[in-house]
Design a protein around this ligand. Structure first.
Ligand code: MEV
Length: 328
């Protein structure tokens, strides 16, 4: 039996624009997906991923229970999750040159699926690592990142950057620009995450931005403006200037809204965070529903989000510095 885990991430800046070669800064967070792989004596593959949608997702700040929206488990999101897991298992079996080998695979995750916290990348990264090790193949984190990217790319119909998978495999803060990925120095920023209980379909949202960008010059310029903003953000990160990082996050959210990937619930959480005094707030990931990330070292933002009807969960997220990790 081999067990591996890998972290999720938030985007400090740059999602969507990264798909067109602009830079992005994703940061791994200490919430993980875990995959256990055990070789079988026959050639069947059985995946156990019960309650993947919310399994282990703990509530740290919550407002009055009556105000909370009910989470419906969306079958299409679960199906999509299974495609990532299947992709990871197939890739690792091919790499180990045992494409027909049978496996029992169990997946658990602290990360809600399709909500902007990089759950699919974390599952794919942990899945490739655990399955490959179970089949006698050790991969370093960059190799895992590379293969995980190929799985995401395929499941998302060719619409994926290297950002999520690189960040999950290596941990820490990363700068991703085209095919170039590097880990960069970052202070442990006071991330607060708000989650609306919903999901976005990354493939569809990325395709929507692509269509807008092809139709309107303003959308193409918006993508380039996000790239300029990320370059400014890198200087602010270098200087540890949290106020400037927050200002740039606010602008980044506005630019993502202009590209049509925000949602009423995400805007409501972003405004609740800003009104509570957060240094800045933006959606994270592909948008459409899911999570926002804010910067606030005080308890004001988590508390305010806990009382915001559109917010189902709010929690602090520490920077993860480890990336993919062996758990057996
Ligand atoms: C999704 O977490 C981030 C996007 O930029 C897509 C990608 O980078 O693959 C929207």
């Amino acid at each position: 039996m081999a067990v591996s885990s890998a972290p999720g991430k938030v985007y400090l800046f740059g999602e969507h624009a990264v798909v067109y070669g602009e830079p992005a800064v994703p940061c791994a967070i200490e919430r993980r997906a875990r995959v256990e792989a055990t070789q079988r004596s026959d050639s069947r593959v059985r995946v156990h991923a019960q309650d993947l949608y919310l399994n282990g997702f703990s509530v740290e700040y919550a407002g009055p229970a009556d105000d909370r929206p009910t989470v419906a488990t969306d079958q299409s999101v679960l199906d999509l999750g299974m495609r990532y897991i299947d992709g990871a298992i197939d890739r690792a079996r091919d790499l180990a040159d045992q494409p027909e080998v049978g496996l029992d695979v169990t997946v658990e995750s602290d990360l809600p699926l399709g909500a902007g916290l990089g759950s699919s990348a974390a599952v794919v990264v942990a899945g490739i690592d655990a399955t490959a090790r179970e089949l006698g193949l050790e991969l370093d984190s960059e190799e895992v990142a590379n293969h995980a990217y190929k799985v995401e790319h395929e499941v998302q119909n060719g619409e994926a950057s290297r950002a999520d998978t690189f960040c999950s495999a290596t941990g820490g803060a990363a700068k991703v620009e085209g095919d170039s990925c590097e880990t960069i120095d970052a202070p442990n920023l006071p991330f607060v995450v708000g989650y609306d209980g919903g999901t976005g379909n990354t493939g569809e949202l990325v395709a929507g931005v692509r269509a807008l960008r092809e139709e309107y010059d303003f959308a193409a310029s918006t993508v380039e403006s996000i790239g300029d903003l990320v370059r400014r953000g890198e200087h602010a990160l270098d200087a540890g200037d949290v106020d400037e990082l927050g200002r740039l996050m606010d602008v980044n959210h506005g630019l993502l809204s202009a590209l049509g990937v925000s949602a009423r619930s995400l805007d409501a959480m972003v405004w609740a965070a800003r009104e509570a005094g957060a240094r800045g707030a933006k959606l994270t990931g592909s948008g459409g529903g899911g999570c926002i990330v804010a910067l606030d070292e005080t308890e004001d933002t988590p508390t305010a989000l806990g009382y915001t009807p559109e917010c189902e969960r709010a929690f602090r997220a520490e920077l993860d510095t480890e990336g993919v990790r062996r758990e057996d």
